[in-house]
Design a protein around this ligand. Structure first.
Ligand code: URA
Length: 239
């Protein structure tokens, strides 16, 4: 319901929160509150929020077991201000324990599906430091689309930055995919770092730090329009 309609409904005494008639617009409402208009329950839109986190090496990307030690949650959650700590955060895909770089978190499971599904074609840009000497001929199979042991990999965009540094951009994300692709052409990775997801980068985010993306970034840089825009983070919103 648009804000002006909601305010008019509240003023007219048509809205109740947990059985009590609401009297004041913009009053924070608990996440599990039952809201009714004219006696009928309304579905509360939960806004989507996304955090861009700079994963350090040596920590696991866990999804469900948030409180397990040695995980990204152990570093991220204590840093969150109260208004962000109220949400249930899900990692958007995974990075290997030794992989560093951009890992997104969201309170919106549809956004996880959007960003991780190969159907969405959202590019993920990695940079690998490789043991052997890389050149265009060696990485050509990655560009053509190569067979991996779990099926064909889509053609990747690959740039040899220097003889030990290879940039690989994928639109899919299978287990150890970049390492397996590079390993298959004789370029085992010594280190792997994710620089970007869509057009979101780590610019301005120090290692182990995070920032909250804006609605415009979620829409324009992750191409996600699945839920209501978040607007300012409010204490009354939760996943
Ligand atoms: N590909 C890998 O091999 N490892 C990662 O962590 C991410 C992509």
């Amino acid at each position: 319901m648009p804000q002006d309609e909601a305010e008019a409904a509240i003023k007219a005494g048509r809205v109740s929160v947990n059985g009590r008639v609401a009297t004041t617009p913009l009053t924070p409402v608990p996440p599990d509150a039952v809201i009714k208009v004219d006696g009928l329950p309304v579905r509360k839109e939960v806004p989507s929020h996304v955090l861009a986190f700079h994963k350090p090496p040596g920590v696991l990307t866990s999804t469900a077991r948030q409180h397990r030690t040695g995980t990204v949650f152990e570093i991220l959650l204590p840093q969150l201000p109260l208004e962000l700590n109220r949400f249930t955060w899900h990692a958007v895909g995974r990075l290997d324990v030794d992989t560093t770089g951009l890992l997104l978190f969201t309170n919106d499971d549809k956004l996880v599906a959007h960003c991780t599904s190969p159907e969405t074609n959202l590019p993920k840009r990695y940079v690998a430091t490789v043991f052997s000497v890389a050149d265009d001929a060696k990485v050509e199979p990655l560009r053509q689309g190569m067979m991996l042991d779990d099926g064909p990999a889509r053609p990747a965009v690959v740039r040899v930055r220097d003889e030990h540094t290879v940039e690989v951009t994928l639109t899919e994300g299978r287990h150890h995919q970049v390492k397996r692709m590079l390993g298959a052409v004789g370029l085992p990775a010594r280190a792997l770092h994710r620089e970007a997801v869509g057009d979101i980068t780590l610019e301005g985010i120090p290692e182990s730090g995070f920032r909250l993306l804006t609605d415009a970034e979620i829409r324009e840089k992750l191409h996600y329009t699945g839920r209501a825009p978040a607007g300012p983070v409010s204490e009354s919103e939760d996943a």
